[in-house]
Design a protein around this ligand. Structure first.
Ligand SMILES: Nc1ncnc2c1ncn2[C@@H]1O[C@H](COP(=O)(O)OP(=O)(O)OP(=O)(O)O)[C@@H](O)[C@H]1O
Ligand SMILES: [Mg+2]
Length: 489
């Protein structure tokens, strides 16, 4: 039987306007003169060189033989088999060249550069973004002639040597990490290739492959800046009197809703917890501040959108159909873990850890996400974290623990950015007692999100029903057997 998605007592406003799934419609137009403060990355634009350079041998080869990329939309998209069905679409000459390149790439004696292995799969890197825990993150492009022709992508490379040992080297020290890129790729494929959330606020997986010493995840490019960077710029503008608090509050709600609605789908319909929700793991597209030349004030680009990335710590839980919506306590005597409960320690970012993770207790993965969401909503709204340390000596944490966040905001002179409805939501998310903390359904129904919820409730309900049906069919057809479900330790 299908679980009920919405409680009967839920007060749904039938008169609310219903529309297609377009977040933008609720983002009130702003009078704007365009002069972006964060310049757009020129997409495909390149100044032509005044000199005609002779293409090198590799470039010449690429020109002659366009390399087909993996097609993420193909039903046959399989990540672990280098033999993809896209190969069937290739002519034999291309097949030969790809096979030859693969053979070369797999020979451990040949040190194949990133550029070569990426080119084999139809991509190239253009810029390093940063070192990650076990490798590097690059911006890149799909090659001309591939199916994703000249699309901006993100390349996440993980070194096999570090991945195997579950470590990261930082400042010369070995640090144990829980990240697993293969699991990340499978989960991302499940959430963005085999299924898809409304609003598409998760960075889509485009390809996954390996060389002799590294794994590569290719993802759609979600945006040029992280939510953290975007929020920090916004609060600078607010401090300088350039950005109105009212405009910022609307922006926070708009972004917050996209994250919450996506999380709803993940928790309720996909049995998935992200477990590393941070401002750095959400990226912003078109995060421009538009200047009004007359008075020097700024507003936010109407085309702004956000996407969640970094599923390196995400978990999918295998749920017994009958117990789907029940909430279980951890039974210490029998060592039974209830649905969504995690008993291993996670290396998720410190400030976002729920008190249960912090205390190394068994915790509910969904509730851990809700705590992180509370931190994100707080930081977005006020430009600071609610606390520095999880200790009652920390004034902020004391106020969180004693449901006095309002007081903390007053002390920090942030009341102009506050509202009662926002506080109710933040209190619900940052509730130290896990069982009393909001679930994602409470979050999307919070009064702060009322306008969005009223508008999209039907769509969300529809999406849930469709997804749950799809899950049942996929389960019956054993299509979910490859999912790396969470295994208690
Ligand atoms: N799909 C994407 N679109 C745009 N930027 C991205 C994308 N994926 C990752 N990034 C950028 O790369 C950074 C690191 O990516 P990610 O968090 O997935 O890797 P990580 O291994 O967890 O790194 P870290 O150790 O920094 O958390 C993100 O904070 C973001 O700035
Ligand atoms: Mg990250």
């Amino acid at each position: 039987m299908m679980p009920t998605v919405f409680k009967e007592d839920f007060n749904y406003d039938e008169s609310a306007v219903k529309s297609d799934w377009n977040w933008n419609k609720l983002f009130v137009p702003i009078n704007q003169k365009i002069s972006p403060m964060i310049p757009h990355e020129p997409d495909d634009f390149k100044y032509g060189s005044p000199f005609k350079t002779k293409p090198n041998h590799q470039q010449q080869q690429q020109k002659q033989k366009p390399i087909p990329a993996l097609n993420p939309n193909a039903a046959s998209f399989k990540m672990f088999e280098q033999k993809t069905d896209t190969e069937t679409a290739m002519n034999s000459k291309e097949k030969h060249s790809k096979r030859h390149a693969k053979k070369h790439a797999k020979n451990p004696r040949n040190t194949v550069s990133d550029d070569a292995i990426l080119a084999i799969h139809g991509f190239k890197k253009t810029k390093k973004i940063k070192d990650s825990l076990q490798g590097e993150i690059y911006e890149g492009r799909s090659l001309k002639g591939s199916k994703l022709s000249r699309r901006r992508v993100i390349i996440k490379k993980t070194l096999k040597s570090l991945q195997k040992q579950g470590i990261s080297i930082q400042d010369g020290m070995n640090i144990v990490v829980d990240e697993n890129i293969i699991k990340e790729a499978v989960i991302l494929s499940h959430l963005t290739v085999d299924n898809q959330s409304m609003g598409s606020a998760i960075c889509k997986l485009l390809a996954f492959f390996e060389s002799s010493d590294a794994y590569y995840i290719i993802m759609e490019h979600g945006g040029n800046i992280t939510l953290k960077e975007f929020v920090d710029i916004a609060h600078e503008h607010i401090k300088n009197g350039k950005l109105k608090a009212s405009v910022w509050k609307k922006t926070c709600k708009y972004i917050g809703w996209q994250i919450a609605a996506t999380l709803y789908w993940m928790h309720q319909d996909m049995n998935c917890a992200h477990l590393d929700l941070t401002l750095e793991n959400i990226v912003i597209n078109r995060g421009n501040f538009i200047e009004n030349e007359q008075d020097g004030t700024v507003t936010v680009d109407r085309g702004i959108s956000c996407k969640i990335c970094d599923f390196g710590l995400a978990e999918i839980f295998k749920i017994d159909g009958n117990k789907l919506k029940k909430y279980f306590e951890y039974d210490v005597d029998e060592e039974i873990l209830g649905a969504f409960h995690v008993n291993s320690k996670y290396a998720m970012s410190g400030s976002y850890k729920s008190p249960q993770i912090f205390a190394e207790e068994v915790f509910d993965g969904r509730k851990a996400d809700i705590w992180s969401l509370g931190i994100i909503l707080f930081y977005m709204s006020f430009g600071i974290y609610p606390y520095q340390r999880q200790s009652v000596n920390d004034c902020g944490y004391w106020s969180v623990k004693h449901s006095q966040i309002n007081l903390f905001c007053d002390m920090q002179h942030l009341s102009h950015l506050n509202s009662n409805k926002l506080m109710v939501l933040i209190h619900g998310c940052l509730c130290c007692r896990e069982s009393e903390r909001f679930e994602i359904e409470d979050v999307i129904k919070a009064l702060w999100f009322k306008t969005y919820f009223n508008r999209y409730t039907d769509k969300i309900k529809q999406q849930s029903e469709m997804q749950l049906n799809k899950n049942i069919v996929a389960n019956n057809e054993c299509k979910l057997d490859h999912i790396p479900y969470y295994k208690p330790q």
